[in-house]
Every structure is written in C-alpha cells, then in structure tokens.
Design a protein around this ligand. Structure first.
Ligand code: C2E
Ligand code: MG
Ligand code: MG
Ligand code: MG
Length: 276
C-alpha cells in the first residue's frame, strides 16, 4: 500500500499500518509521544490568486515522521488521533507552528495568510479561543493572517456554543473557511448561521469538471453562492490545465492543487511567493 502512494513515498492508508508490525496500541503510544519528541512537521500548499497567479496564502498540512514507519500522511494517523483525543494537542501544536511560519512569511509578504485545519473535537472545546489567541500573540501574528478550516461535518452538530465560539473568533479577526464544501450536509440556512469568510469547493467536484456537466454546474453554483454571500472561494484539488481553465472561466477567485504546487517546506513557499 505504501507503494501505491507513489513518488510521494508517504503512507496514506490504514492498510499499510495494518500490514505493518506496529499494533494499534503501539501506534497510540507512539502518537502520544509524537508532539513532545518533535516528530510532527507541517507542509505548506500554496493557494493561488487565479487572476494574477500570485500566492498570498497557503494551507498548513501535518505530517508525522514515525521512527519506524517513516513519513505518514494525515489519513494514516488523524483518525486514531481523533478517536483517542490526541487530536487536541496535535492541532494545538499545528496552530502554534503555523502562526510562527505565517509570521516569518509576512515579514516578506505582508498580506500573506496561513490556513490550518481544525478537528471537530477541537471546535467543541471552549479553550480553542485561548489556544488561537495565545498562538497569534506569541508569534506576533495579526489574527486576520490566520484562517481556521472547518469541515461541514465538524460544523453540522453546530450547537449554539460552537456558533458563539465561531462568532468570537470572527470578532478577533480570525478567518473561517468551510472546507470540502459540498460533501457534507450543507443547507442554505446553515450558511446563514456560520460566520464564514470563505468556501473551499471539494476536490471531488473539481476532479470531474472536464467530464461531468453536473460537477461543472455544481462548481458554478457554489462560486455564485459564495459571491452572493460575499465569501472568498477556493477550488481545491486543481490538477490539470483543463480544470484550471474551467475554474478560471467559472470565476473562482482562488485555486489550490498540484497544478499550482504540492505541499512543501516553508522555503519552497517563500521562493514561490516571492514578490515579483
Ligand atoms: P484538506 O484540508 O481538504 O486538505 C487538502 C488535501 O488534499 C491535502 O491532503 C492535500 O495534500 C491534498 N491535495 C492538494 N491538492 C491536491 C490535488 O491536486 N490532488 C489531490 N489528489 N490531492 C490534493 P493531506 O495533506 O493528505 O491531508 C488530508 C486531510 O487531512 C486534510 O484535507 C485535512 O482534512 C486533514 N488534515 C491535514 N492536516 C491537518 C491538521 O493539522 N489538523 C487536522 N485536524 N486535520 C488535518
Ligand atoms: Mg483543509
Ligand atoms: Mg479540503
Ligand atoms: Mg479534504
């Protein structure tokens, strides 16, 4: 299964772990140590402005360099982290690390923003606000330079407490993106209630743009909807020239995907986003 992951040499699927000599219990114990032993790192994937090609934002994506299994992608360990609650210290570390990275990037590109993914379990915790505030303050980062990406499934159990928390984050200036938009149970009433600043169109729609008229219509409709709600829109998973042409023609403002750049180190991001 690791081979199927191809040139990236990442292990992404749970079967790879199941076949491996590491048991679930060991993996949990390993994961418990991963943050303290500095085995996690972030990669940054550029988000481009489709009109100009400029890169002014990036998404931080966590990776785990496991001492015996090698480099693991989020799909290989985040489900376990969510089951065990270890996702909270992991996401907390991610937020701090991404804020530090954003601050160094903004020293070169003043309007740059960095996005982090927030697990549903973390969103339900009142201390999310304290974590975000501490991370931006200690990095000396303007809150408007940080975007929290939340999936529809994380938002759907949207209790009043979660909505209130999101409103407080918005008041602080933090940006809120709805990730993988279109794959959950989104409804229009829900879009009215979530104080989002952007929508990220799930890559399953983008992948079918060239061949499926309904996928095209979906991307078109979500882009219009985002415009009407005054939300920024990002097309995720743009891989081909055809998909790039389509999302540009539809009027998506931002694109993310292998067509523009794979997740990579901070120095690659700096090079890519260097002001021309
Ligand atoms: P996501 O937030 O939707 O992130 C985008 C995923 O799509 C990333 O996978 C990225 O590498 C991949 N991707 C980007 N462009 C393309 C493309 O053109 N084609 C294809 N096929 N894939 C593309 P990755 O890094 O494996 O992350 C998977 C998911 O894991 C993320 O989906 C996010 O939900 C979650 N995740 C990643 N980092 C974190 C984190 O720090 N905390 C939490 N809670 N979740 C995370
Ligand atoms: Mg995301
Ligand atoms: Mg996504
Ligand atoms: Mg996704």
């Amino acid at each position: 299964a690791a081979k199927a992951a191809g040139k990236s040499a990442y292990r992404t699927c749970t079967p790879a772990l199941r076949e491996s000599a590491v048991s679930r219990a060991e993996l949990i114990a390993d994961l418990r140590r991963a943050v303290d032993e500095r085995q996690l790192h972030l990669e940054y994937q550029p988000i481009v402005d489709l009109a100009t090609g400029a890169v002014r934002s990036a998404e931080a994506l966590v990776r785990w360099r496991h001492p015996r299994l090698g480099l693991l992608a989020p799909a290989a360990f985040l489900p376990l982290a969510e089951e065990t609650g270890l996702i909270v210290p992991i996401d907390r570390w991610v937020i701090h690390e991404a804020c530090r990275a954003a601050a160094t990037w903004r020293a070169r590109v003043p309007e740059a923003t960095v996005a982090v993914n927030i697990a549903a379990a973390h969103l339900r915790r009142p201390d999310l606000i304290a974590t975000v505030t501490a991370a931006t303050a200690s990095a000396g980062l303007a809150p408007r330079a940080l975007t929290l990406e939340l999936t529809e499934s994380a938002l759907i159990d949207g209790s009043e407490a979660v909505l209130e928390r999101l409103a407080q984050l918005r008041e602080l200036g933090i940006r809120i993106a709805i990730d993988d938009f279109g794959t959950g149970y989104s409804s229009l009433s829900y879009l009215h209630r979530i104080p989002a600043t952007e929508l990220k169109i799930d890559r399953s729609f983008v992948a079918r743009l060239d061949t499926d008229a309904r996928a095209y219509a979906t991307v078109e409709m979500v882009t219009r909807l985002a415009g009407a709600f005054d939300l920024a829109v990002v097309a995720e998973g743009v891989e081909t020239e055809g998909q790039h042409a389509a999302v540009t023609a539809i009027g998506c403002v931002h694109g993310q995907g292998y067509r523009y750049g794979r997740p990579g180190g901070l120095s690659a991001l700096h090079a890519l986003a260097a002001p021309r």
